[in-house]
Design a protein around this ligand. Sequence first.
Ligand code: IMP
Length: 454
Amino acid sequence: MTKRIAVLGAQWGDEGKGAIIAQLAENADIVVRAQGGDNAGHTFYTKEGKKVVTNIAPSGICFPNVSNVIGNGCVVNLETLAKNIADYSPELYISDAAHLILDYHRVLDRVREKSRNKGAIGTTQRGIGPVYADKMNRVGIRMGLLKHLERLEQEIRYAVEQKNKEFISYGIEEFIDADKLLEQMRPLFKQFAPCVIDTGVYLHHAVKENKRMLFEGSQAAMLDIDHGTYPAVTSSNTTMGGMLMGTGLGLRAIERGIGVAKAYTTRVGEGIFPTEGEPYQNIKGYKRGEFILTDTEKRDLREGGLSDAIIFRYIREIADEYGATTGRPRRVGWFDMVALKKAVRVNDLDSLAITKLDCLDGIGTLKVCTAYQHSETGQMITDFPSDQQELEGFIPVYELFKGWGSTKGIRDYEQLPKETKKYLGFIAETLNVPISLIKNGCGLEDYILMDGLW
Ligand code: IMP
């Protein structure tokens, strides 16, 4: 029986990992986060109907008997962590080698974003890039210092001095007051100091004891700092390698990798997105609930005559494709097999979990991108290039699929409409990865399980 599972985003994030993670977390002994910070937003509902939102806390916090670990690869905003766990009394361990996010990281995130010559990334403004930069520059402040308060305060004062100097170079006068910052942080240092341990040792023993461990991915393959659509990526390794690095475990620690992908694709922030329906500039101003299909458009949606842009506006509304953390409208596009193929390869995925299948219900014609083709030369690309500039002039090549009526309420794969099975079968066969779970609704019980996950 599988004891150690990683759940990873296989697209550009927001795939609905939260619901799948929650399902697994409930029966786990340990839930581990290995990378990222409070740029993540995992939302799910417990069996009792309670909405749980975690940003930096692992998703096991709301379940009794689950131990929660924030690994060394994470960057920690203690204020967010305190909010995440406020309603619970979880068993929580934080790696002494994880890095602390402080106010100046958030200021730097904002001002560096504005001054980039490579163009804005559209970050979550949580200070993620600056804190990982400090880590790599070897000037970061690690959680282990929570056990040495005097040294911690000295290091923070020095860092504030340095960052305030840096602020001047960006022409801002929003200086950080070290005394105020420390005053605000001291209660948090006190609260979390007892949680700080060498989590590498703790996790190593857990593996030896054959505990059930869930490795909770954040962000997704196409946002990986090395393998994603650089530079419009996050600043950590969001793929399987990052899981090991960010926990201190070795090659054989994780037995199974499940990649989560929506039945279509979304992306937030800037960066390449080959299958999107309309330019990002257009959608920036869209607000939740503003778009309603006319009767003619409803007919065209069913009969297959609607433009991609309008179909995606429709999906954005019914699937609530607005950022959980930031409220930004998400860019929506067709399912992209070229990008997925990369996620499968980089993570060596064992299976896929397909989410939001029901959000494609009632759309007459569906498209799946199988390659990119140069609009002038006809050259084809079937492997997502690591340098996104190589995609200039390329457009998606689509396989068309007949849509279906409704998948809602179905609990057995065989009961799905034949068109749905054809769509999903094509994805699984082409990628050569089985689908182990399908989500077809927001409720906890709205899923089709193809094999036992644990
Ligand atoms: P950062 O991680 O805040 O530096 O943002 C870098 C890029 O990753 C931006 O395009 C963000 O929108 C994106 N990003 C970061 N975290 C998430 C997430 O949890 N879901 C989706 N996109 C994310």
